[in-house]
Design a protein around this ligand. Structure first.
Ligand code: NAP
Length: 292
């Protein structure tokens, strides 16, 4: 599906562009990545799994080690951000928020109102990128998460007012092909980082505490991790499939006078739900700072 879309939406003016034959074969949306770290790798693997031709994907990173990993995936390697931008229709800015200014400065000479830019960085808004590029380009702001690497991502997206439905669909499918994808208004994109982008870390923290407890009572670490991870997966599926809300599911595990209610009482007495919400608010606050 994505492969077909990419082929279908080949640019009309592509003949005017200067690109090597090896770079671009039978035609299609050319997707470029600036930054070839965790996120770019996860997205590129998803694209390849969706049978997007390797020739349509290019990456640039200032870190040659990362480029070597990408070269092993068979995608095009370009050693210059402006050149990558010039040779791509959709440019995914996959660097840390702190590196956005230098990247935007480097590529602005190659930015045009026809090129679609995708920001996946915490706190970096559509307006921020457009100001940095000096062009009101079509854009998608995205907040993915690392389980995307396994095709189990949870991604929130929002689109600029001037992106075509077809271009948006290409970007949407990049993420929807590797998990769940939802569309949100841009004023929720900082807050959602706490919900899906950063939240795998809180889950791992919870998992670590549960595993540490298991080890402390003599259960082997690998065994404990297996049980904990499967419990997270099963509970997630219950949340999605049972039709019950979290409170109802908690009640269904807590029989009166039983063991679970004792644990839940300790968590509530220590304000764990409020602490989690405070942690999420700190996450959102940091996103707002990064986008200034
Ligand atoms: N990781 C997550 O869980 C997650 C979740 C949601 C969103 N995101 C967002 O995704 C973005 C990328 O995160 P990541 O985890 O993939 O980061 P990462 O693994 O550190 O990858 C970023 C890559 O960009 C390179 N880079 C830095 N400055 C550059 C420049 N000027 N030109 C070209 N390449 C440059 C880095 O090289 P050096 O290492 O040498 O600096 C690094 O290889 C971030 O903005 C983050 O907010 C991440």
């Amino acid at each position: 599906m994505l492969k077909d879309l990419i082929r279908k939406h080949r640019r009309d003016d592509e003949e005017e562009l200067d690109y090597s034959e090896s770079y671009y074969d039978e035609g299609g949306k050319r997707i470029g990545f600036i930054g070839a770290g965790n996120m770019a790798t996860a997205i590129v693997k998803g694209l390849l799994k969706a049978e997007v031709p390797q020739e349509c994907i290019s990456v640039y990173d200032c870190n040659v080690k990362q480029l070597k990993h990408m070269a092993e995936l068979g995608v095009n390697i370009i050693y210059d951000g402006a050149e990558l931008t010039e040779k791509s229709d959709i440019i995914v800015l996959a660097v840390k928020p702190q590196n956005y200014d230098e990247v935007l400065e480097e590529i602005k000479s190659a930015a045009t109102p026809q090129k679609v830019f995708v920001t996946i960085a915490a706190g970096i808004s559509i307006d921020y990128v457009r100001k940095g590029l000096g062009v009101d380009c079509p854009m998608v702001r995205v907040m993915p998460n690392t389980p995307l690497l396994l095709g189990k991502g949870a991604t929130a997206l929002c689109r600029s007012e001037n992106i075509s439905d077809d271009d948006f669909k290409v970007v949407y499918d990049m993420f929807a092909n590797s998990g769940e994808a939802v569309i949100l208004p841009e004023d929720k994109m900082n807050a959602v980082i706490a919900v899906n982008g950063s939240s795998p870390a809180y889950v791992y923290l919870f998992a670590k505490a549960m595993t540490d407890y298991a080890v402390s009572v003599g259960i082997e670490k690998d065994t404990a991790l297996k049980l904990v991870a499967q419990t997270f997966m099963g509970s997630g599926k219950m949340l999605l499939a049972s039709g019950d809300d979290p409170d109802t599911l908690i009640q269904k595990v807590c029989s009166k006078g039983g063991t679970t209610i004792e644990a839940v009482n300790v968590l509530n007495e220590n304000n764990v739900p409020q602490i989690i919400m405070d942690a999420m608010a700190a996450c959102t606050k940091r996103a707002e700072e990064l986008g200034k």
